[in-house]
Write a protein that binds this ligand. Structure first.
Ligand SMILES: Nc1ncnc2c1ncn2[C@@H]1O[C@H](COP(=O)(O)OP(=O)(O)OP(=O)(O)O)[C@@H](O)[C@H]1O
Ligand SMILES: [Mg+2]
Length: 300
């Protein structure tokens, strides 16, 4: 059974789509069968990040509405082994999505792929709820700034709350069907194990810090990672630097994860390895130069 990971943020423009494309490409390159699902309804752009804008014909509502098969809505990402994509509808509002049919989509993807990475819309509204509805794990992307971190914290709380609501609804459904069965079979319930509470699913929520600038941290113009961690109590799965190479790569239709010289690409690839359970130390961006150390030594 595969794993569904939602990539979300409270604040917009933190780098979710960039993270989904790069982490997805790295997972696929490492041999994991991966599907990337754009859930940013109306504002989709994961297709552009993957260079697929002219290849998208169907979106996930074509499957959830029963018009097309899963194979029809899956797009193979050209030139990449193991990587598939499903588009978001361009016009349809999130309010019109049928939650039960979406649950079927998540189950089918879980059966078929090792990883399903979901690109959530910014914020914690209806779109976020749908994007999180099948997720086993969440990666919350934030910038190192107070507003983004506070919104990231809200996204964490919203994910936990959605999960609790889903679990309660599931339990209620199970209780109702148990009740029906026992009414039909006159079962007294005596044979039921005492601890028949459904197992609470383990919640995995991680923080991905993006567009980090060591030069600004050094000048105390950006909070450092420890200061960020004081604002949000979620473990970090990756720290991605601001990287011009990433912008250069995307302008020429490539991904940073493919560029050995891109520090952001390396950070995204390392994040993918951590997602797979590998122990990869968090990258140190910039060591103090020899001359700087020397100057500091003379100051003492
Ligand atoms: N590490 C990085 N270094 C430089 N630029 C970056 C980095 N990460 C993201 N960007 C740039 O930031 C912009 C926003 O990124 P992206 O579209 O991935 O954000 P998003 O969170 O998906 O936005 P939205 O909330 O609108 O969906 C893009 O132009 C992207 O190229
Ligand atoms: Mg996006």
């Amino acid at each position: 059974m595969g794993k569904i990971i939602m990539v979300a943020s409270g604040k917009g423009g933190t780098g979710k789509t960039t993270a989904v494309a790069n982490i997805g490409a790295a997972l696929a390159a490492s041999g994991s069968l991966t599907v990337l699902v754009d859930m940013d309804m109306g504002l989709r752009n994961l297709d552009i990040a993957l260079g697929l804008e002219s290849e998208v014909v169907y979106d996930f509502t074509d499957f959830t509405d029963g018009r097309h098969s899963l194979d029809d809505v899956l797009v193979k990402v050209g030139g990449r082994e193991n990587l598939y994509f499903i588009a978001a509808p361009q016009t349809r509002p999130a309010a019109e999505i049928d939650g039960e049919k979406l649950a079927v989509l998540w189950e089918r993807l879980r059966e078929r792929f090792d990883f399903c990475i979901v690109d959530a819309p910014a914020g914690i509204g209806t779109g976020f709820a749908y994007a999180s509805s099948g997720a086993d794990e969440a990666v919350i992307v934030s910038l190192a700034e107070t507003a983004a971190l506070r919104d990231a914290d809200r996204a964490v709380s919203a994910f936990i709350k959605n999960r609790e609501t889903q679990d309660d609804q599931k339990k209620q459904k199970e209780d109702n069907s148990d009740k029906k069965n026992s009414e039909n079979s006159e079962d007294t319930g005596e044979n039921k194990p005492a601890d028949s509470e459904p197992q609470k699913r383990e919640l995995e929520i991680k923080l991905l810090m993006n567009r980090i600038r060591p030069d600004l941290i050094e000048k105390k113009l950006m909070p450092n990672i420890d200061e960020c961690m004081d604002m949000i109590s979620v473990p970090v799965i990756g720290i991605v630097p601001e990287d011009e190479e990433l912008i250069r790569a995307s302008l020429s239709g490539r991904l940073a994860a493919d560029e050995p010289l891109s520090s952001a690409g390396t950070a995204f690839s390392n994040t993918a390895r951590r997602i797979k359970g590998e122990h990869v130390p968090i990258m140190e961006f910039k060591r103090k130069s020899f001359f700087k150390k020397l100057a500091e030594a003379f100051k003492k």
